[in-house]
Write a protein that binds this ligand. Structure first.
Ligand code: CP
Length: 313
């Protein structure tokens, strides 16, 4: 069984069954990346193009590795060295890549909705690797995979998301996905960084970090975007760290087996204390590894492959 859709644009329109299928498909993919020879022929002959209009370390590299581990031809387009700098439109760039044979276009763009526009104009599959403040569905899926792997379930868990909810595509995608899978989602942050209407998505808002993390099963820390301070959304970085930074003392208010997550990149000493980031409860490195497995699952489900267990040679 595959995903009965051409594209992955967001968590908002994924059903619980589709999320379940992606998470289950990522399990054998993780076995592949643990092998000494990380190569299966599943996507031989398929072309995956990473089209990133914004910087990325984790997402771009993990899509590249995911494609390579399954024998797809993966190509990275950096906008600074492409014809984008000569004024070519997003649509024309993507169409050019498609007529050269792209089966999947993975796109990151600063404009919300950019992947949705591409999906209407391409017959290739489009995967949203982050669009503006809107969604980052593959991050949410790898986060959910990590939670399920460690806790055995998602339903019923108390997940506290801390930070700049207003500008976070990671928060929005996780809220859609976690709520759909039955988690109790809390969002924590200064009132200027938490839109009140977010309650309509079924989350509870906390402005006190101590109250928000109490008895949490998972604390998901978001990067504080330093440019927000210039816009007056919080007084100073030091003040933010004092009021909302996740310290060992605050972690002690959560359940003893709480998981600490961060999508990266981290500002150590701002939104997360270094001893928390490096603690036994932190799964930040596992999130990165799981990102490769989940992206393999998505490429497999969208680009269509053979048996994911089959090895080369
Ligand atoms: N979490 C995440 O999207 O990281 P990158 O910006 O490095 O891809």
């Amino acid at each position: 069984m595959g995903l009965n859709r051409k594209d992955l644009l967001g968590m908002q329109d994924l059903t619980a069954e589709e999320i379940q299928l992606i998470l289950e498909t990522a399990e054998p993919m993780k076995d592949i990346i643990r092998r000494q020879i990380k190569k299966v022929p599943t996507l031989r002959g398929k072309v995956v193009i990473n089209l990133f209009y914004e910087p990325s370390t984790r997402t771009r590299t993990s899509f590249e590795l995911a494609g390579k581990y399954m024998s797809a031809d993966t190509i990275n387009i950096s906008t600074s060295t492409s014809s984008v700098v000569k004024g070519e439109t997003l649509q024309d760039t993507a169409k050019t890549l498609e007529v050269m044979g792209a089966d999947v276009v993975v796109i990151r763009h600063s404009a919300a909705g950019a992947p949705h526009i591409l999906s209407k104009h391409l017959s290739a599959s489009v995967i949203n690797a982050g669009d503006g403040f809107h969604e980052h569905p593959t991050q949410a899926l790898l986060d959910m995979f990590t939670i399920k792997e460690k806790k055995g379930r998602i339903a019923g868990l108390k997940v506290a998301i801390v930070g700049d909810i207003l500008h976070s595509r990671v928060a929005r995608s996780n809220i859609w996905g976690l709520a759909r899978m039955g988690a109790e989602v809390r969002v924590i942050g200064p009132a200027t960084l938490v839109p009140p209407e977010i309650e309509k998505l079924g989350v509870t808002i906390y402005t006190s970090v101590e109250e928000g993390v109490r008895d949490a099963d998972v604390i998901m820390v978001l990067r504080i975007q330093l440019e927000r301070q210039q816009k007056g959304l919080f007084p100073t970085i030091r003040e933010y760290a004092r009021l909302y930074g996740i310290t060992a003392e605050r972690v002690s208010l959560a359940r003893p087996d709480v998981m600490i997550m961060h999508p990266g990149p981290m500002n150590r000493g701002v939104e997360i204390a270094p001893e928390v980031a490096d603690s036994m409860q932190s799964v930040i490195n596992e999130q990165v590894t799981n990102g490769v497995a989940v992206r393999m699952a998505l490429l497999y489900l969208l680009a269509g492959g053979g048996n994911p267990h089959e090895t080369v040679g």
